[in-house]
Ligand binder design. Structure first.
Ligand code: MN
Length: 740
């Protein structure tokens, strides 16, 4: 509002109608009788309800629901019900309209979806409650109607596209959540285009410098890339024409996020990433000839270019669990460059870009694959039902399963099952059945005996060995990667503990009776406190397993009526609650200024990412150690910002040349005589940097080293790294997180 003191209402009205018509155009393909009227009705209600509201950018609010509806129809391929719900998605939350109004105006189905969307809307806006609990709530809606999540993803995508006008701390929080949960969720639902865009936008706001650098380098190298692709596809085109196949060839650069990920995980510079792009061949062919024709194209491609035997991926015979189908190969192209080639049909391409929702259009062969999605949803539902699992644990476990690559294994009867990569024999056992998992003592993999913890590989045939005497053990939690197995083991352990505690309770009761002490709740709790235990349950359990000497009851009886010691009560009241700490810190200032007076506010630089001045940073209020400063790109940052937004404080550096901060550098290259000497010379003499530690490993002529140095700020650090890069023999120099 502030930005547009004079608003041309007429022009705005025209623009709103223009956008609405664009939405209708997108929906047109699939409109049935009466649909247009429904959409119009939803649009008018939403327009009226939001009429006095504006977005942060100053634009009329209605632009947002229209855009979300358009994403649903155009980019996810959803139908009229979803478009209607998307138009109304913020109405119940933000205006006077109620769910009952929606039910009356539209119907049960619409009311139910909007109810789901409203319930989970707290995920973005509320900064004070536990995000994890909200995420969990959101996932719960999955089991009601998957459209709720799909519309939510469209909502998030539009919010990310328009994040520019938000304040910096909001941007960080929303972008972190997006990378932490929404992008993986989109991936798991097979919405590849949306997943990539969410990741790119997330990166743009969490690490804008890196993002823009890659973006620019991609643009610069574009002409060269085009030339190369054109040269590469000439012979393939000719052969495809000759084979009379209908096809389309695209040469697309990989997403900025995936390039960034590669730079970060592989430690190679942009210039050395060979697979910056993939060539995609999309053929138009009837469903019953898909597989044969894709392999025909494969055969044509490899007639001209040699394939790398390790890099053939056949997701046509066995689609990924998110529905992805495609044939990938990497071949040696002209000029000695590896090129990834993706071969798929038009149908597979739609499915890969838009996910299952688009797939629902193809009803002929939908059966089997739709049930795979349903199978996944069933598993999530089961997880969510496991009663007392901590929400944070849940999100952690759940996330692991969103990201993981998949492997395919077989039962002794040849039935195929999908598991995440790194799954073990024990995961497999729990996947078969909870009872099988709980009684598992080992397995036979490809007829060879292996322990529970044995990691499985694609193609393994697994037979689970069980024993009635077996029980889940604490250390099993370290053997499994699937959220399902983890939850089941935790439940079983809890049950076990309960049973044990029951025995302990009886033992304790006998002891109390023996000492003529009443076995009342009050006395039990007093005794638990006396033994410094958190609960009666824990007390009983320790008695049962013999961790607690029953002789102490006698001492308790002796001390019970003495005056309660002051010491015991003290430490508890001294420690302020987290809420108090948060409000204390927030009360002081809105922004932590770092570096000017290290002693004024109690903060520490976190060892997990060793921030230095110049880094983009934030403060995190910890329970026991005051405020910790993390880099925005710290490996833990996404999780902290997504789950504990209310404990984050804004922070920035004062320019600072007097103090030095510890940071780590990783160096690798070819081992040359005098190399270590040259490196240390640069560090100590040339730049006057203090070195804390240095360690080098050499291996058959190559070396890798880690150096911990004290520097003033990022500028200082960059200049040091640039000097090190010039040392003969040094191939790569990167900054590392933490001290490892
Ligand atoms: Mn919204």
């Amino acid at each position: 509002m502030e930005k547009n003191p004079v608003i041309d209402l007429e022009a705005e009205k025209k623009e709103i109608l223009k956008r609405y018509r664009a939405l209708l155009t997108v929906c047109r393909r699939r409109l049935e009788k009466g649909d247009k009227e429904l959409i119009r009705k939803a649009f008018e209600i939403s327009l009226e309800a939001h009429k006095d509201m504006r977005r942060k950018s100053g634009e009329p609010y209605i632009y947002h629901p229209i855009a979300v509806a358009q994403i649903c129809a155009e980019e996810i391929g959803l139908g009229t019900t979803s478009v209607v719900c998307a138009l109304l998605h913020d109405v119940v939350e933000d205006t006077d309209l109620t769910l009952e109004d929606i039910r009356g105006l539209f119907g049960d189905k619409e009311a139910k979806i909007i109810d789901g969307l409203t319930k989970i809307s707290g995920v973005f806006d509320q900064s004070s409650s536990l995000q994890a609990e909200n995420f969990r709530k959101m996932l719960l809606t999955l089991s009601d109607d998957i459209r709720v999540i799909l519309i939510k993803l469209a909502d998030r995508l539009h919010n990310m596209r328009t994040l520019e006008s938000m304040a910096r701390d909001k941007q960080l929080k929303i972008a972190s959540e997006t990378l932490y949960l929404y992008a993986p969720l989109a991936h798991r639902l097979g919405l590849n285009a949306i997943k990539s865009e969410l990741e790119d936008l997330g990166l743009k706001y969490t690490e804008s410098e890196v993002y823009h650098e890659i973006e620019q380098k991609l643009a610069e190298s574009d002409p060269e890339r085009r030339k190369f692709i054109n040269k590469f596809i000439v012979p393939i085109k000719e052969a495809l024409d000759e084979a009379e196949l209908k096809y389309k060839i695209l040469g697309r650069p990989k997403s900025i996020f995936s390039i960034y990920h590669k730079i970060k995980t592989k430690g190679v510079p942009f210039e050395e990433i060979y697979d910056l792009f993939a060539v995609r061949i999309i053929i138009d062919t009837p469903v019953d000839r898909e597989k044969a024709d894709c392999w025909r194209v494969y055969s044509i491609v490899t007639d001209f270019y040699h394939p790398s035997p390790e890099r053939l991926r056949d997701w046509i015979s066995t689609p990924k669990a998110n529905g992805y189908e495609s044939l990938h190969t990497t071949v040696m192209g002209p000029d000695g460059k590896w090129v990834e080639v993706q071969i798929r049909t038009h149908r597979m391409d739609e499915l890969a870009e838009k996910g299952y929702a688009a797939h629902w259009k193809y009803k002929e062969d939908g059966e089997e694959r739709e049930s795979q999605l349903e199978e996944w949803i069933r598993k999530i539902r089961e997880l969510l039902e496991s009663p007392e699992q901590n929400a944070l644990d849940f999100i952690d476990d759940f996330k692991l399963n969103l990201f993981a690559e998949e492997i395919f294994v077989f039962t002794p009867k040849g039935e195929m099952r999908t598991l995440p990569a790194n799954a073990t024999a024990l995961d497999f056992a729990f996947d078969v059945h909870t009872k099988v998992g709980e009684k598992c003592i080992g397995a036979k993999v490809n007829h060879k005996l292996v322990p529970l913890s044995h990691p499985l590989k694609s193609g393994d045939q697994v037979e689970v060995l069980t024993s009635v005497k077996q029980h889940p053990k604490e250390d099993w939690l370290g053997y499994v990667v699937t959220a399902r197995a983890k939850a089941k083991i935790k439940n079983a352990l809890k049950e076990e503990k309960k049973k044990k505690a029951e025995e302990g309770r009886e033992m304790l009761e006998r002891k109390f009776n023996h000492l003529k002490l009443d076995f009342t709740v009050q006395n039990i709790n007093l005794y638990a406190t006396y033994m410094k235990l958190p609960s009666a349950q824990e007390l009983f359990f320790r008695v049962a397993i013999g961790m607690l000497d029953l002789k102490t009851v006698k001492n308790f009886v002796r001390d019970k009526d003495k005056k309660p010691s002051k010491q015991a009560a003290k430490p508890e009241s001294k420690q302020p609650s987290l809420e108090q700490m948060v409000s204390n810190v927030r009360g002081k200032s809105d922004m932590l200024i770092l570096g000017e007076s290290l002693d004024k506010i109690d903060y520490k630089l976190s060892p997990c990412c060793t921030p230095i001045p110049g880094d983009d940073v934030f403060g995190f209020i910890t329970i026991n150690e005051g405020i910790k400063i993390h880099r925005v790109n710290c490996p833990n940052a996404l999780a902290l910002m997504s789950n504990y937004a209310y404990r984050i404080v804004k922070a920035k550096w004062m320019s600072q040349e007097l103090l030095s901060f510890l940071a780590g550098i990783h160096i690798s290259g070819i081992d040359e005589i005098g190399l270590v000497n040259n490196i240390t010379k640069i560090i100590s003499s040339e730049l006057n940097v203090n070195m804390r530690s240095i360690s080098f490993d050499t291996n058959d002529g190559t070396f890798e080293g880690t150096i911990m140095v004290f520097v003033h700020d990022t500028k200082h650090m960059t200049s040091l790294m640039n000097k090190l890069r010039k040392v003969p023999g040094v191939v790569s120099v990167t900054r590392i997180d933490g001290k490892s």
